[in-house]
Design a protein around this ligand. Sequence first.
Ligand SMILES: [Mn+2]
Length: 423
Amino acid sequence: MRSTVKIARLAAAASRQAPLSVARPLSTASRPKTSFARHGVSPHSNLSRNVWTAPRGWRADQEPKTVLSESPRGEIKSPQYEYKFLAKPAKVAIVGCPFSGGQGRSGVDLAPNRLIGAGLVSQLANLGWEVHYETQQSFVDIPYNPVPADSTQIKGKEVNNSTPGASSKTDMIQRLPDPDIGRMKKPRLVSAVCEKVASEVGSIAKKGWLPLTLGGDHSLGLGTVSGTKSKYPNAALIWVDAHADINTPETTDSGNLHGCPVSFLLGLTGCNIEPFNQWVKPCLKPEELVYVGLRDIDPEERKLLKANGIKVFTMHDIDRHGIGKVMEMAIAHVNKNGDTPIHLSFDVDALDPSEAPSTGTPVRGGLTFREGHYITEAVAETGCLVGLDIMEVNPSLVDKAAAEKTIAVGCSLARAALGETLL
Ligand SMILES: [Mn+2]
């Protein structure tokens, strides 16, 4: 069920403020009349204040709004940086992907609604973006996708799977079987979801807008990067992660496809396999890819990275050079002349578990809060960003405070990539 799009205009306060002013809290009276303000939480909240609790009766599918960053005088605000490949005024479309089929833990499918519920739409609008978001993606048309058993609409036209809590914990009905293919788990489901996401992201990119995809697990990266590449064939990919996610269907130990998206994008040996080969185009050259933050690499992945000459900045490199130098080198590697479109795929498990505890595969020894944000800020500064993913936030793991902390950092990483600065 798609909610009606409502247009909320930012109130007077936002109008005469230069983009630099975003760090300053607006007075209560002048807060934009968005859903966020109604819930009494400032979109400018810092980490500790950015804690959101669903009010009684709140339904995520009724919550999102499209927010135009237009002042009452009709002036169009614009982001801090020029995003040189995007149409003007700058528009971002949020693609919420409630999907957990690329790995084994439920809950990661709840992240898009929680990130939206934390005020992401109005936060981005306050940075000068026109933000488009209706409701999260529905994958109910994909028969391999389990739907809640208590849904009254399974046999009808549509099933509402966007209710918070309707994750795989409740009784679910598997309409068509999706047995393993080789080692791959849920191959038909992951393939179909990624194909749909690729189409959605691609159509947003083709309008000259920025697609911001909220996972969901990182198998979705196969869809998002394919979508970006359909518009920008020479786009570079910066993959920020604790893991390389470059296992092939032959090398994966777990069979979880969230560990494999990069191999399909590169078209590595073993990836030309049903059902993926029905739609996936190997669209990424090894030299167009750079990793930042890796620290948990499988032996077979290590071989693939070396054999393909892929540039990797591990946590060791960040320790040695500092994040400033690492980002300088990483961006120079894929964007020598400053004119290459960049897709940034950010897995929050790149951050240290102390900063992003609520994620499916945490690995200690990760990025600090500032290092994570520096990465997104450095990419924003290039003006070359054309696609952004925030992946693997799982609000149902650990405890409530940990989930809220992880959701807050997901929002602030997205803001930094869209031009929020400290000063
Ligand atoms: Mn990942």
